[in-house]
Unconditional design. Sequence first.
Lengths: 113, 115
Amino acid sequence: GQQLNQSPQSMFIQEGEDVSMNCTSSSIFNTWLWYKQEPGEGPVLLIALYKAGELTSNGRLTAQFGITRKDSFLNISASIPSDVGIYFCAGLPLTGTASKLTFGTGTRLQVTL
Amino acid sequence: DTGVSQNPRHKITKRGQNVTFRCDPISEHNRLYWYRQTLGQGPEFLTYFQNEAQLEKSRLLSDRFSAERPKGSFSTLEIQRTEQGDSAMYLCASSLEGRLNEKLFFGSGTQLSVL
């Protein structure tokens, strides 16, 4: 099935650094979601975005719904070791129920002390 | 709220055997989804239920796969005559119906290894 493109594929950063990652699609989406997945666990919802241009924060995490509706961005400020995991974006078209949710390929984040 | 529960967490089976996984959704959620995730990929949609009705199935769901949600609460996913290509993490998720239906809450998954 279709998967969204996430960049970068992986990141190795030092504790305290800020992180930026993005997600792009060839299709327009009406909703963007960001999930985090830790090893051996299911994805956990971090942030949901519903309007183009929307900027939403959840603690040290900030996500933006791109103006073109074809991309979204996630920033993590002042990273800590527990931020380690794989971050997935997911997009939903205007006419879709959650069954139409398309996930990205993931950005793997490693944080070193 | 105990979250979405999946059993077993891990399953190792021989090729050709049948396997069944169980998912217990969040109690007030009437929508239940099954996804498959392979290494290095995001989850891929398999099927979903609203209450006991199976409303949609992906092309990924071959004839060897069947899912049920008989009483609108827990669900089972059965794979018959397993193949090595079935090896993956099988994730269950649940959500509310309506405006927030896209907010999926995932279980910890069942990791299937077919030898």
